[in-house]
Design a binder for this molecule. Structure first.
Ligand SMILES: Cc1cc(NC(=O)CCC(=O)O)nc(C)c1Br
Ligand SMILES: [Fe+3]
Length: 238
């Protein structure tokens, strides 16, 4: 089924209204399977594999450079940032356009002002036990509102390969274990409602992440940042 039919406006609105909005409202996260279909999903995987093979994915920088802590103990991913216009990212761009449509429709129904998003972060956990320690994407109101992760891993078996994304929904008595399966799209609130970790992976694990910004929160974060810079400048010039 061509993508245009799979994701007609009517089909998209139905998924947003019946799946995404209720899940984000009730539990704070939502995942969809069979998002792009075998052909387009496979094209995205091929493009990511090619990026990995060409050495385009680099070790993700540490959130805090804890001296002496092995980098891969904190986060073992290798990443590249793409906007989707690059040559060899055409299928990635199709994915980004679809996620943009889904999020903007959901934002309208959730009365959220989401104006723009980050570039796409293509990530690879190379296996060998690499993971990502438990963290919150946006703990300090930096503007990021929704995290969207598209997984690309065929024949993934969590018992052997690990790599489960475990979400610890704030104030809930359960955890959510999400396998990074091929053609799966996960969305969750980026703030403290959703601490999460990537459990050690023992096979190559690919994912593409984009963060959507709440325009108001982003504007306030930028204002705070400018104020901090101004006050630092005025202090240093004294
Ligand atoms: C760069 C960066 C990556 C991630 N990735 C994950 O949490 C892994 C999700 C998954 O692959 O299942 N999170 C943050 C807060 C930053 Br910053
Ligand atoms: Fe994260």
């Amino acid at each position: 089924m061509p993508l245009s039919e799979r994701w007609s406006d009517a089909a998209l609105e139905r998924v947003v209204q019946q799946r995404i909005v209720p899940a984000l409202s009730a539990q704070g996260f939502c995942w969809l399977d069979g998002v792009l279909g075998e052909a387009t999903g496979g094209a995205v995987l091929e493009q990511v594999r090619r990026m990995h093979a060409s050495g385009a994915l680099k070790g993700g920088q540490l959130m805090r450079s804890a001296p002496g802590v092995k980098r891969s103990a904190v986060r073992g991913d290798q990443i590249a940032w793409v906007c989707g216009e690059e040559r060899g990212c055409e299928a990635v761009n199709v994915l980004l356009q679809l996620i943009d449509r889904l999020v903007s429709s959901a934002a309208k129904r959730l009365d959220k002002g989401i104006s723009h998003r980050s570039k796409a972060m293509v990530a690879c956990y190379p296996g060998g036990g690499a993971g990502y320690v438990k963290h919150v994407d946006n703990p300090n109101s930096d503007g990021r509102c929704i995290t969207c992760i598209y997984y690309l891993n065929k024949n993934w078996n969590a018992n052997d390969d690990g790599g489960v994304l475990r979400i610890f929904p704030e104030g809930k008595p359960y955890v959510a274990d999400i396998e990074p399966l091929f053609d799966r799209l996960l969305l969750f609130w980026s703030d403290r409602r959703n601490p999460h970790e990537v459990q050690p992976s023992y096979a190559t694990r690919y994912a593409i992440t984009v963060w959507y910004f709440d325009s108001q929160e982003r504007a306030e974060a930028k204002r705070r940042c400018r104020e901090r810079t101004d006050s630092e400048n005025s202090n240093s010039s004294e």
